[in-house]
Design a binder for this molecule. Sequence first.
Ligand code: EPZ
Length: 419
Amino acid sequence: MEAVLNITGGPVSGTIRAHGAKNSVLPILAATLLGKGVSIISNCPDLTDVHATLKILCHLGCKAEYDGGIVTVDSSSVTRSDIPESLMREMRSSVIFLGAILARTGQAEMSHPGGCELGTRPIDLHLSALQSLGAETFEVSGIIKCKAKRLYGNEIILSFPSVGATENIMLAACAADGVTIIKNAAREPEIEDLQSFLTAMGAKIDGAGTSTIRVSGSKEKLRGAAHRILPDRIETATYLCAAAMAGGKIRIEDVVPEHNAAVLSALSEAGCSITAESGAIELARYKPLRPMHPIRTMPYPGFPTDAQSPVMAVCTRAEGTTVFTENIFESRFRHVGELARMGADIRVEGRVAIVSGVGKLSGTRVKCTDLRGGAALMVAAMGAEGVTSITDLRHIDRGYERPEEVLTQLGVKAERIEI
Ligand code: EPZ
């Protein structure tokens, strides 16, 4: 059933709570394959990507269920080592299962995740890293096959601090003989969350959050564990942008403010007053929006690429020009056309977008082009005159739990209408 999200712009006021991080749940659910037993993962957001991941676990032979934010996985028996194309198509980030399935069963097979709205999304770093651990990898007519009777620890230097490749190596290395050192590892908070879950499972791993991660693998299986997912820093950034755009004041609880340092600094430059204490962030904006210094997306702790489009939406109403450079993905400006339909003035030249603030945005019918592009449309709607109707909500539902309820808690007229 198709649905449309109608949002009427206007000032915000209220308190919300961040949900668990999508980009932490996915690798942690894959990690449950490394242990034989029951894992209880709490603070899991109710997202289509999470449910797609549970379908993959069940396909592989696990018992996995979602009940009110708590996921229970029993990975005592794994009977398959393949992910069918239908499930890969549903969620391309299932490539994160490669290392875990290989570690558990000695082989893995999945259709090539292919590209997505953000670009070609190669997985060469994943495959070459798994080869360094002793795996043989083949690509035959769109199917990727990996085999490894044994995995052996090794030193791996990533040419780019890829989040997914770092996670795949951490998972495979847990079952390797000997020590694996990952250099130029991704430093995102979700990597630290994965490390704390793996440690709870009995793995010997340290260094997550720095560029060098060390894993002492062992053949004996890890055990199931309990874990609470860390707060979603990108969801938090999105709703802070919504408030910055709308004006007014909001408080977001159950967050880790330092995970949003780059975004908080950009929003305070735009004229927001922000206070951050342990576990909560308050943002108020009553003055006109100002432009920001050039925004360049970088690996963590630099400015997060996932926050680029929501922050860009804020800049469309600033009194001046802000320049964005997207350094992580090759085409992450697909939301620009839809923002232009609302009256935004944005010029794109390759990886650079020049945003000239306009006096007003007008609500109209727009469609999501991708997950964070959809987030940008929600933010823009908060500062637009009239009603904005957002379609193709499947993109938003991948990464935001019932946004219409969150916006309503902030005093905004937001409703999802099934059509
Ligand atoms: C993760 O994607 C996140 N997804 C992305 O969030 C996020 O944007 C990205 O990290 C960067 O922070 C999940 O965690 C599920 P990468 P991932 O490997 O792991 C290139 C969202 O909106 N690359 O760090 O795929 C790649 O093409 C999503 O929640 C290779 O060249 O990101 C890209 O240009 C979108 N070869 C860059 O590295 C490889 O083998 C960053 O990719 C792998 C990646």
